[in-house]
Design a protein around this ligand. Structure first.
Ligand SMILES: [Zn+2]
Length: 261
């Protein structure tokens, strides 16, 4: 079975077949647990709803750097309250995106929201899911600053160098590997996968986005995780079954890491 560590089934692109996918199609295709990740505040509410509706769906709640306008005292309190829900397994996705935000003030606001949610994650003792694009240094520095108080984390849709990945591995963190690893221009991520231990890798789609080859450009779903597992197996010189089993255990380890259990 494959553990889907990062999906967005609340997205409207799943309106036509969400029920079929979550009630049986994914299970029929070897997909075990699914973590549905909030990005906007509405995405957090919807993730929690899906998690309470389907037994094998869990929720991560947090405000994405592109949605920082959604973070205020009320929504932060909502996140704090609902982080105690037994189906909430992480705070995320949170982080920094300097690719879409070029403005200094906007970036400063992203850093402030990132810090607030890292503080929340350490307060409620849940792991974090990090979104980081074109902000390698500021992300790593923030995480290093909170690392002694925070439970653990995944750097999702990892896009930086293998050297930086090894810094995360040293801290006991996890690297989220998705469709990019199957792309012709995915060399950097392929090098990272080769360089880090399989014990620090988790599989993810980020669906409906980022469909792997041979489905690039199509709507993505967790069913395509098999292509990502196959590519990781090829890069690591392992069997696909071992990649699926070990990354499943990794995901279980991180998402059940909450110190309140
Ligand atoms: Zn995502």
């Amino acid at each position: 079975m494959i553990f889907e560590t990062h999906a967005h089934y609340d997205d409207e692109k799943f309106d036509a077949d969400r029920v079929e996918l979550l009630s049986h199609l994914l299970k029929d295709n070897n997909i075990g647990n699914i973590v549905n990740v909030g990005a906007s505040f509405k995405g957090c509410e919807d993730s929690l709803k899906l998690a309470n509706e389907y037994e094998n769906v869990y929720a991560a709640i947090g405000i994405h750097p592109e949605d920082v306008k959604d973070l205020n005292e009320d929504t932060l309190n909502w996140l704090r309250t609902h982080s105690a829900d037994p189906k909430v397994v992480a705070i995320g996705e949170i982080g920094l995106d300097y690719y879409w935000e070029k403005d200094d003030e906007g970036r400063a606001l992203q850093r402030q929201c990132f810090n607030q949610q890292m503080e929340l994650a350490s307060e409620v003792q849940l792991p974090v899911i990090i979104h980081s694009r074109d902000a390698a240094e500021d992300t790593l520095n923030t995480i290093k600053r909170y690392n002694t108080q925070i439970v653990n984390g995944i750097v999702h849709c990892y896009s930086y160098s293998k050297e930086i990945a090894l810094e995360y591995v040293k801290m006991g963190w996890y690297i989220g590997v998705g469709g990019v690893v199957t792309f012709k221009n995915g060399r950097k991520l392929q090098e990272t996968v080769k360089a880090i231990p399989i014990e620090n890798i988790v599989l993810e789609t980020d669906c409906p986005y980022m469909a792997p080859e041979p489905h690039r450009g199509e709507r993505n779903s967790s069913i395509f995780l098999s292509h990502i597992a196959e590519k990781v197996a090829e890069l690591k010189g392992m069997s696909v079954k071992d990649v699926e089993d070990i990354t499943y255990e990794n995901a279980l380890r991180i998402y059940s890491k909450s110190k309140r259990n």
